[in-house]
Design a protein around this ligand. Structure first.
Ligand SMILES: Cc1cc2nc3c(=O)[nH]c(=O)nc-3n(C[C@H](O)[C@H](O)[C@H](O)COP(=O)(O)OP(=O)(O)OC[C@H]3O[C@@H](n4cnc5c(N)ncnc54)[C@H](O)[C@@H]3O)c2cc1C
Length: 600
């Protein structure tokens, strides 16, 4: 049975020492986020997911979800009771708005819980995770009546929600959707069409499910400009809030898939189902992006989550498993062999993983703070800056975060050798579960295009310039300690490669847009390395200061400095190669016809 330990010490480090949540105490919602309060939440959240959610990961994967002959869907054994405990504990309400029954804490706290859940059991975490995206969209674009009708019960967790975008013939290109919405005399719409791959499409966790569905009204433009968003509840909600008749939505089947078996990925049939427009007709894309941006950060954290749990099990195995001898001579001469952790190649995978995981945790929680600051910071400039940074880096957190999450999961499987390939040991589940995060919420190729094709150019490149300015300033002041100096120097150089790649796009993308498409992925990876580096520079500064102050937990801070050095010496070596890939343009990539691409 795989192990899972909530990384509460490292989380507290990020919250209290790195992003210093307490220092924003003057902002609404932050007043009560004192270290005493946030530490208690982190520890208790860690205990809850370790004891209640993690034990259902392997069994949920084996059992999967079931569609019964009457069309109802049940989740794996134990999920329903665990979800009841999740709701009773108020875990979904941490960062939800107080006006709808939430606790109104900073997003950072809600993200921590989401991440803990996904590390313990990604399939389970997706049930409340999808609802969070739906809540954000209704809150931003729903009418006051819709908000009153749906949000309190969604926030409390009494009802869950879904996102229905994908159809058999379109996933990325949602302009082609065929689901129709016919206006009705009572102001509602009749929704008809088929959606596929709908996560948490149906289940037995809640009595009602609020589906958010993209559809086209009659005469709408045949492009993404003609998409509208609708609320389609599984059971129609009466004016007094009680549940009425079953709506015309049903589950055609549950998809058989590679991983996240505990989550019901459904084919949804809408057969004249009653729906209510959210916002204006043909403005569904904007509402959809609210759902998707929240969801993309959540999916980026899934990459971190699978890396983290795989790492814990990889490390435990590396300490336990004995094969061969250390290159420098037996480490344990009394035994017949040394533990495999003595081998530099095993250490390489462990250090790469630890450096990614701790750097990514910092990046995700710093990103969550930017979400808060974009709404709540004291001045318009600060709000704009936070919004710019998180908009720029959302595709990077999603794309780079999940690419690396999958890589770490396979590296940790590798540490288990052949035993990693055997299902009952649980390592292959982490790999399977990590794989989907690179695909859904917009594939990572699409994230790369969002970054290079859209976010870079927005407002004349204001966001990327802000990121460069931040990095330049922080590198310039990092002279206090040798390790910090090294990290600052390498971060400066790596950001220099990114600046050069950015400039190359500016000069060559207009002439041929395929140059942008061909280099976007390398650019996203380069931005990921740089963003991780900014976090490692900041963490190195905090660690160096803590050691200088005689911190009790010296080993913890020394490990931070070692990882920062590992980032500086190993992660950055790719940067020049990635820049050169961008600069190679599209010539060879687009050189062959489809016929020539076939291998004769
Ligand atoms: C398990 C699972 C759960 C899911 N959950 C949900 C859900 O809850 N709700 C929902 O609506 N959907 C969901 N999806 C759908 C998911 O979001 C889509 O599969 C994904 O967005 C990709 O769409 P597609 O599969 O149609 O691939 P396509 O759009 O056909 O893409 C195929 C390939 O072409 C590339 N490509 C396409 N267009 C471009 C472009 N313009 N530029 C560069 N490359 C491009 C893609 O990167 C990809 O490599 C889920 C999918 C799975 C497998």
């Amino acid at each position: 049975m795989p192990i899972y330990n909530a990384p509460t010490r490292d989380t507290r480090f990020v919250v209290n020492e790195l992003i210093r949540l307490e220092s924003y105490g003057n902002l609404p919602g932050f007043e009560s986020a004192t270290p005493d309060m946030t530490d208690a939440i982190i520890e208790e959240a860690g205990r809850f997911v370790s004891e209640v959610i993690a034990p259902l990961n392997l069994s949920g994967d084996k059992e999967g979800c079931t569609r019964h002959p009457d069309g109802s869907v049940t989740t794996p054994t134990g999920f329903k009771d665990a979800y009841r405990q999740y709701v009773e504990g108020g875990w979904g309400t941490l960062s939800a708005p107080e006006e709808f029954g939430g606790q109104g804490l900073p997003h950072v706290m809600g993200f921590i819980m989401e991440k803990y859940l996904a590390t313990a059991n990604q399939a389970f975490a997706m049930y409340p995770g999808l609802a969070n995206g739906a809540i954000s969209a209704i809150r931003a674009k729903g009418s006051p009546e819709q908000q009153t009708m749906y949000l309190p019960k969604m926030v409390s967790g009494e009802w869950l929600g879904t996102m229905n975008l994908t159809e058999p013939h379109c996933g990325t290109d949602l302009g082609m959707i065929r689901t129709r919405a016919e206006p009705q005399a009572d102001g509602s719409y009749a929704i008809t069409g088929t959606k596929i791959f709908i996560s948490a499409g149906d289940h037995d966790l809640t009595e009602n499910i609020i589906h958010l569905v993209l559809a086209k009204t009659p005469g709408a433009p045949e492009s993404s400009k003609g998409i509208s968003l609708f609320i389609v509840p599984k059971f129609i909600v009466n004016a007094d809030g009680s549940l009425g008749e079953k709506n015309g939505v049903s589950v055609g089947s549950i998809e058989e898939k590679m991983g996240i078996h505990g989550n019901a990925t459904c084919v949804m049939n809408y057969d004249g189902a009653k729906g209510w427009l959210v916002g204006e007709e043909n403005k569904g894309l904007a509402a959809m992006f609210i759902m998707m941006n929240a969801a993309r950060l959540g999916v980026g954290m899934q990459g971190l989550a699978q890396a983290e749990v795989a790492y814990q099990n990889g490390l435990a195995y590396a300490i336990d498993r004995r094969q061969g001898r250390a290159l420098t001579g037996p480490a344990d001469p009394q035994a017949k062999a040394d533990p495999i952790i003595v081998h530099p190649d095993v250490r390489r995978m462990l250090m790469d993983a630890k450096t990614f995981i701790e750097g990514m945790r910092a990046l995700c929680l710093w990103g969550a703070l930017q979400v808060d600051l974009s709404h709540k910071a004291a001045t318009a400039e600060e709000r704009e800056m936070a919004d710019d940074l998180i908009s720029l880096l959302t595709p990077v957190i999603k794309g780079y975060g999940t690419d690396m999450g999958y890589k770490v999961a396979t590296d940790m499987q590798q540490i288990w050798g052949g035993h990693g390939y055997i299902a009952e040991n649980g390592m292959e589940q982490f790999v399977r579960d990590a794989r989907i995060a690179m695909i859904y919420e917009g594939t990572n190729g699409v994230q790369a295009m969002d970054l290079a094709g859209r976010k870079l150019a927005l407002n004349g490149g204001r966001a990327v310039q802000a990121l460069f300015a931040l990095i330049d300033a922080e590198c310039a002041e990092a002279t206090s300690d040798e390790t910090v100096k090294l990290v600052a120097e390498r971060l400066g150089k790596t950001a220099g490669e990114m600046k050069a790649a950015t400039m190359w796009f500016m000069q060559n993308a207009m002439a041929n847009p395929n140059n942008l498409g061909a280099g976007a992925y390398a650019y996203m990876t380069l931005t990921g390395i740089v963003s991780l580096g900014l976090m490692w520079l900041r963490m190195a500064k905090v660690a160096a200061a803590a050691i200088a102050d005689g911190a009790e937990d010296k080993a913890f801070y020394e490990a931070k400095l070692a990882c920062a050095r590992h980032w500086a010496t190993r992660y950055t070596t790719e940067a020049g190669a990635l820049r050169r890939q961008v600069e190679a343009g599209c010539e060879t990539i687009m050189a062959l016809t489809p016929e020539q691409l076939a291998i004769a």
